[in-house]
Design a protein around this ligand. Sequence first.
Ligand code: SF4
Ligand code: FES
Length: 390
Amino acid sequence: MMAEEKKLLKVTIDNITIEVEPGATVLMAARKIGGDVVPPAMCYYSKLKDSGGKCRTCLVRVAAGSTADPRPMPKLVASCRTNVMDGMIVESITSPAVLEARKGVVEFLLINHPLDCPVCDQAGECDLQDLSYGHGTEGTRYEFKRRTFERIDIGPYIQLHMTRCILCFRCVYVADQVSNKREHGILDRGDHSQIATYIQESLDNEFIGNVIDVCPVGALTDRTFRFKNRVWFTKPMDAHRDCPNCKGKVRLWMRGDEVLRVTARKDQWGEVEDWICNECRFEKKKASDWIIEGPTKVDRHSVISQGHYVNTVKPTEVFSPIMNGAKPKLLMDIHTVSGVNNVELSEIDGPATNKTFHGDSHSTGINITDVKQGEGKNLAGTDSTNANTI
Ligand code: SF4
Ligand code: FES
């Protein structure tokens, strides 16, 4: 007997109609269409069973439930948890109510999230940062103190900065479904909810490093990479190795020939393609450990594309030919006494300031990052590249 053909379901999202398999969610259907109609998703992760339904960023309006029952749904629904019905009509960016609701969700997510992007390791690849730019408002109406937590090293490789966590549950599902044991979870309720390990057990099982990749914010960071570089200054390269534990297909984040960080490769939705093991992620930090396939194709909308270097055409150097072979560095040959205001540049013992050039030719300032040297940790909830606070 011939296998019965599956009847595809018709769904229209923002006036674009497509057909999807039964069981598909509205979010999956929108991703099939692609582009701006795809709702943002901070907790759903297609590779993690049961994920979704926690953050409400993927809200859409169902203007008609199905051909059989064309009534609109009374409230906005989470597209990652709403199944497509035949004849369903959905509004994503075409609904002012949806756009307004997303703004509200961003405002709620930021109530307790510190605005420390300039010193956060996740900056440049943070889903919450992108979400705030794309869907947030300029200000917040929240007047109370944000809740803060001490940073904790959970195991030798991972640091938890709970202050930044948005309780999306992804890391909990990774520990449950990808690694062979889970020792952390979300404890307590309401405002007290937090990701915590069971009596500070370290998360040291073989695949636990993947929690770093799924975390949409900078709450779980790689201790072998923390504060080493900004992501847009690094060169992402696809590489692989013959690994006994995982497929060994990774992305190397390099500076020159140095491997600063190893992560899993991510697809266009920012989701991991293949989970990688801790050995590949944390212990193979030499370029010679890997077979490098070539530069990662970076989406031009990503800030990481700022350092994109594929097919770079360098301008022809014209200095030497017109200066009879002199090298440009000669220009930097600063004389011991500056011709400007008689400042003795070789004698001042720090960065020059306004005062140096206005009367006091020996005056110097201090570098802003040195101000806190020796003053111990920053206040809870803040972060810094200052060595004293790491
Ligand atoms: S630590 Fe990160 S991945 Fe885990 S729940 Fe918080 S935001 Fe989500
Ligand atoms: S992605 Fe749908 S609720 Fe979070």
